[in-house]
Design a protein around this ligand. Structure first.
Ligand code: MN3
Length: 196
């Protein structure tokens, strides 16, 4: 059964003025879609054809002969997770269970925000910044290219795509500007809390 490109969880213009409909039309409609199409082509007729996306990611990780499958499968998973990591009117300091866990494990929301932006800012080239739960303790991770903390046995709570295609149309080369908009206006804390 072939994988399908999942719909965005909001309208294509819902994240404006921070992330434009133009960015989402390319990022979701072209980039994410290409990973789905490539993955379907790579697994067609193999024993991975009937596996779940998570099973394919875990089974292909670290196997050089399956690098193409891993890269496309992980990028399909990462992008779907990223769309849900944002929402219109999101961002800012979280409250509730996730807010308390952030204060417990980072000292304050400001310290978390600084460390999360540092992870995204120091990811050389393409990759992802993550908030994960490591056996109940919140941690920040960064991963290059298609790599995902799913393969490290931790639970992803939130991710920020720092590939240039995520921000170049709206912020040109300013990854810091994109990361500020993400943290201040877009983070879906309800999604992060539901993943805890
Ligand atoms: Mn991307």
């Amino acid at each position: 059964m072939a994988f399908q490109l999942p719909d965005l969880p909001y309208a294509q213009d819902a994240l404006e003025p921070h992330i434009s409909a133009n960015t989402l039309s390319f990022h979701h409609g072209k980039h994410h879609n290409a990973y789905v199409t490539n993955l379907n082509g790579l697994i067609a007729g193999t024993d991975m054809e009937n596996q779940s996306l998570e099973e394919i990611v875990l089974a292909s990780a670290g196997d050089a002969s399956k690098a193409g499958i891993f890269n496309n499968a992980a990028q399909v998973w990462n992008h779907t997770f990223y769309w849900h990591s944002m929402k219109p009117g999101g961002g800012g300091k979280p409250t509730g269970k996730i807010g308390a866990a952030i204060e417990r494990d980072f000292g304050s929301y400001a310290e978390f925000a600084k460390a999360f932006a540092a992870a995204g800012g120091t990811q050389f080239g393409s990759g992802w910044a993550w908030l994960v739960s490591n056996n109940g303790t919140l941690e920040i991770r960064k991963t290059p290219n298609a790599e995902t903390p799913l393969t490290d046995g931790v639970t992803p709570l939130l991710t920020m795509d720092v590939w240039e295609h995520a921000y170049y149309l709206d912020f040109q080369n300013s990854r810091p500007g994109y990361m500020s908009a993400f943290l201040e206006h877009l983070v879906n804390w309800d999604f992060a809390e539901a993943n805890m």
